[in-house]
Design a protein around this ligand. Structure first.
Ligand SMILES: Cc1ncc(COP(=O)(O)O)c(C=O)c1O
Length: 442
């Protein structure tokens, strides 16, 4: 941290403390709020969505009429959840191995998370980033203490975190080449990647069908073959091996480029490590996070080294909602729980158990090409579309996802899943496997 920045921070903190002392901003009957799950909230029968629940068919019909059709949704209307289970409006139970796409790492309704959110909502949900707030600064401190990074920028989603990373990288190059007319502004991304749907993150997303309807997107992006270390050295890039990541680090160092890791899905404990890159001992200059960080509230974060942060000035980037007290309090609870060594060890152990069981039980099925993954992010690659299997599992009360070109079953359960729930999920999966033979012979 540079001296001038420390000075600014200190003066401003002092100023806000002075304001609190000279003007009595607190009501005289103010007492510090206490965490209360049984907070005195009564639902308003006129506005409560819980008092007169709708049927699935009604919700689906209204959605088709009133919501822009960007999602090909499964015909399931979810109303509540607890742990690894979710329930639809008719009360049907589903074992949730999707976690809202790798978001609900602590499962649904974790009591500590509910307490943190309720307590903070009782006190202060939102303030503008033109003021300081304690939860944001505390969350940043924890993220820095637990990572390679020196500073954090908060956003509201994964794509926004990547958008900020793009701006920071460009600004860094402009700052580092301030004496040159044209600073380097090219990006290299890799095949089979997804980084989000805003114009910058979309430009870095390799899937053509996501990108081409919206072109022109941000220019200056080259796609290399993922995992091909030779291609990187040649300025150009398959699976994250230590050698591959190390070659990226070296290539970036030699070229004066920044290495950016998108850990939006694989980060924060999912791989069994707090950060997926820790398994390889290769560290980035910038890392983006989002999905699980606030346990279901919208958040994104960009972690940067001091050398990157030095290039960023007031006004270079910002957001109205980002890092507000509510999301940051929730995120502190999530981060504190996930970063405990015992929690991370349990993710690794359950991931190994899950993968071994899948390999054992799926070994005899001709459509299964490979079971892969690390920790509790597991892919089952098939030689045909995985959609019929996903639909059949849903009929039997198991929610799973597809990935890749649609031929991969993606399993990203809450990290708190039990071995009994893993056993049950594998049983349902096995019961549904014959559907693949029916589809392929039709
Ligand atoms: C690796 C990765 N990056 C970026 C994103 C975009 O995140 P969001 O949907 O929060 O914008 C995703 C979302 O699936 C992702 O998996």
């Amino acid at each position: 941290m540079s001296c001038s920045t420390l000075f600014t921070l200190k003066t401003s903190l002092f100023a806000s403390a002075a304001v609190n002392r000279s003007f009595n901003l607190r009501p005289t009957n103010y007492s510090l709020p206490t965490a209360s799950l049984n907070v005195d909230v009564h639902s308003n029968p006129k506005t409560s969505l819980h008092e007169n629940p709708k049927k699935s068919s009604e919700v689906i019909a209204d959605e088709k009429k009133f919501v822009v059709g960007t999602y090909a949704r499964a015909p399931v209307v979810l109303a509540s959840g607890k742990g690894c289970k979710v329930y639809d409006v008719e009360g049907r139970e589903y074992l949730d191995l999707t976690s809202g796409i790798a978001v609900n790492a602590l499962g649904h309704g974790d009591p500590d998370w509910v307490r943190a959110v309720t307590e903070q909502a009782n006190v202060l949900a939102h303030v503008s980033n033109i003021y300081y707030s304690v939860p944001q600064v505390e969350l940043a401190k924890r993220l820095v203490a637990l990572s390679f990074a020196d500073r954090v920028f908060f956003s509201n989603s994964g794509t926004e975190a990547n958008e900020a990373a793009i701006k920071f990288a460009r600004k860094f190059q402009r700052y580092s080449h301030s004496d040159e007319k044209l600073s380097p502004m090219e990006f290299i991304a890799f095949t089979n990647c997804f980084h989000g749907r805003t114009m910058g993150a979309l430009a870095l997303t390799s899937k053509e069908n996501y990108r081409s309807p919206f072109e022109p997107v941000m220019p200056g992006v080259t796609f290399l073959e993922y995992g091909n270390a030779q291609a990187v050295r040649e300025g150009g890039i398959y699976s994250a091996t230590k050698e591959f990541l190390q070659s990226l680090r070296t290539a970036c160092d030699n070229a004066g480029s920044l290495l950016i890791f998108d850990e939006i899905q694989c980060g924060l404990g999912r791989s069994g490590y707090l950060w997926a890159h820790e398994a390889y001992g290769v560290y980035p200059d910038i890392m983006t996070l989002a999905k699980p960080l606030a346990g279901g509230l919208p958040i994104g974060a960009v972690l940067v080294t001091e050398k990157v942060a030095r290039a960023i000035n007031f006004g270079d980037h910002g957001s109205t909602f980002a890092g507000n007290p509510l999301v940051c309090s929730a995120a502190i609870t999530v981060l504190d729980k996930i970063s405990s060594p015992a929690f991370l060890a349990s993710v690794s152990e359950k991931g190994r158990y899950f993968k071994d069981l899948l390999v054992k039980k799926l070994g005899g099925y001709s459509h299964v090409r490979e079971v892969r993954g690390s920790g509790l992010i597991i892919g089952i690659e098939l030689d045909i579309s995985a959609s019929p299997l996903v639909d059949a599992c849903q009929q039997l009360g198991l929610l799973i996802l597809t990935a890749g070109k649609g031929n991969v079953v993606r399993i990203v359960p809450p990290l708190i899943i039990s071995t009994q729930e893993i056993d049950r999920a594998v049983e349902i999966l096995i019961d549904c496997m014959p559907v693949l033979d029916q589809v392929s012979t039709n």
